[in-house]
Design a protein around this ligand. Sequence first.
Ligand code: ATP
Length: 302
Amino acid sequence: MAVDKSPAVSARGATKSFGQLRVLDGLDVDIPRGVTYCLLGPNGSGKTTFIRAIVRLLRLDSGELRVLDRPVSDVEEIYSRIGYMTQHKALYPDLTVEENMQFYSGLYGIKGQDREDRIEELLRMVDLSEHRKRLAGALSGGMYQRLSLACTLVHRPELLLLDEPTVGIDPRLRKTFWEYFQSMAEAGKTVIITTHLMDEAERCQMVGYMRAGRMAAQGSPEEILNQAGLGPRLRLWLAQPEDDAILLQSLGFEAEIDGGVVTVTLKSHAQIKDVLAQISPRDIRLSEPRLEEAFLRLSEGA
Ligand SMILES: Nc1ncnc2c1ncn2[C@@H]1O[C@H](COP(=O)(O)OP(=O)(O)OP(=O)(O)O)[C@@H](O)[C@H]1O
C-alpha cells in the first residue's frame, strides 16, 4: 500500500478575525503525518482558533487549509477520520459511561463485536471499566475528561486534535495517555495537542510555537532549542579555570567563567568528548536546557 506523504494539516496564509481582533494572521504551517505535535503559545495566540478551523467549527476569512489532503471544506468526508476533544463538556450527563460510548460508536457506524471490543479496550485504557454504569453527569472532573478521550477515540481517527487533554488527570494516567498517543503516532496517525505544560511539550516529536496568530518556531524540541541558541551545558571545576576557559574559547567553544567555574554551552552532546579531550576537570556536571527557556528567548527576540 502506498504511504501517504502529504501533511496531515497544511495551512497557507490562514487568517481569522473576531471584530477588530486578528487572531490568525497569515498562519503558514505543515504538520506531518505520524507524529505527536504540540501546539504551544501564550494565552490568546490562536491555538484553539486554529484547531476549530481544522475541524470546521469556524471558517477562515482567507487563506488555504488542507486536512488529510483535502480542502477543509470537504468536511463531510474528513469528519469521520478526525477525533476532536474540546476543553468544553461534550458528553450526555444523563447517560452512563457505557451509554455515552455506545452513542459515539453508533454515530460513527461502529457495530457488533467490534463495538464491544473497542469500548472494552478504551474503558480499560482510561481506567473507567469499573465505573461503566455511572452517569456521566456524576463523574469527577478527571473521570469526565477520561471518558471524553475514550469517546473521541472510538472510531480510530487518523487525526486526533486534543485541546488540553490532560487537565485534571493524575500523573499515572497521564503517562498511560502519552503512551497511547505515541503508539498512535507509531501506527501512522497524527496527534495534535495544545498544552501549557512544558514537560508535555517535551514528550512530543514536534512542537509548534504560536505567537500572535502565526507560527513563530517549529521543529523537534531539540531543533527549537537550537533555534533559540540553547544547548546542553557542561559545568567544569578546573585547577586553572582562566587558562582553560581561554583555551576552550580559542577552539571555538562558547565558554564562560563565573565564580571559578567554567560553563560551556554545547551545540550537541557529541561535543562533550571534544571538550574533555582538551582539559582535565576535577568535577563535571551536565545540565539540559528547557523548552521554556527557548520560548522565552524566542519571544524576547521577536
Ligand atoms: N468566537 C469568538 N469571538 C470573539 N473572540 C474570540 C472568539 N474565539 C476566540 N476569540 C478571541 O481570540 C483570541 C485567541 O483565542 P484562542 O482561544 O484561539 O487562543 P489560545 O491560543 O487557544 O489561548 P489559550 O491558551 O488561552 O487557550 C482570544 O483573545 C479570544 O478571546
